[in-house]
Design a binder for this molecule. Structure first.
Ligand SMILES: *Cc1c(COP(=O)(O)O)cnc(C)c1O
Length: 223
């Protein structure tokens, strides 16, 4: 595993995908998903020039957050969060990508000592195994989140099925982009919806083509 080579290859592929998108997407933030490795390898990866770290489990998030606390990093919690764990982690999180229930949002509102940047996770592909709100629920969810002023809804997060074809990926990711733009245009209080979190090692090219502003990359860094 050569971390510098992998990092360079990922960032070169991101640049290429941005160029192919012809300037429709100027900022693509690359989140290194470090769930496959320990803190020591994470530190080595950061030295290659990584700014964003993502973890999908609370215990691993906290372990790495502590081990790398002296570094100027942005911290992303990308996986589903149990309500009882909110208090342990939420105030260390810069971006939470997996807001998938109103009850979870209420718990975050209760425990947060600052405004928390959250992505609404939307299950566009309607896969049973995926978390997230359905497109049909979005309006009622927004209504329920309206009083929760510590939840800053910065955008939409979605995941595509692992086995999806390129055409299916483009269809799913375009629907996420449409939703994000429609919600952004409404200028709702504490719901800017300017960002779009989608794309992993196997599908980030399609995600960038459809306007992703945050991609979440694990495997490609650690192969
Ligand atoms: C693991 C994970 C990723 C990264 O997936 P890779 O295919 O390893 O790049 C992205 N998002 C979430 C929510 C994850 O759990």
């Amino acid at each position: 595993m050569n971390l510098q080579e992998n990092k360079d290859a990922v960032f070169a592929a991101v640049e290429q995908a941005k160029e192919a998108a012809q300037g429709s997407q100027d900022v693509v933030n690359v989140i290194a998903v470090t769930k496959y490795v320990d803190s020591s390898i994470t530190k080595d990866l950061v030295k290659t020039g990584i700014q964003h770290i993502g973890e999908n489990r609370v215990d691993q998030f906290l372990e790495k957050y502590q081990a790398l606390s002296n570094q100027p990093l942005t911290w992303h919690l990308i996986g589903s969060l149990q309500r009882r764990k909110v208090k342990d982690v939420i105030n260390y999180v810069d971006y939470f990508h997996a807001l998938d229930s109103v009850k979870l949002a209420q718990e975050i509102q209760k425990r947060a000592t600052k405004s928390i940047k959250c992505f609404l996770q939307v299950n566009i592909s309607k896969e049973d195994s995926k978390h997230g709100f359905s497109l049909e629920e979005i309006e009622i969810v927004l209504e329920n989140l309206r009083p929760l002023d510590k939840i800053e809804l910065v955008g939409i997060m979605t995941m595509a099925p692992f086995e999806a074809s390129s055409a299916e990926l483009m269809s799913i990711f375009s629907k996420a982009k449409d939703l994000q733009e429609r919600l952004a245009a409404r200028n709702l209080p504490h719901m800017p919806f300017t960002e779009l979190s989608m794309g992993m090692s196997g599908d980030f090219v399609e995600a960038i083509a459809c306007g992703a502003s945050f991609i979440r990359i694990g495997t490609a860094f650690f192969k």
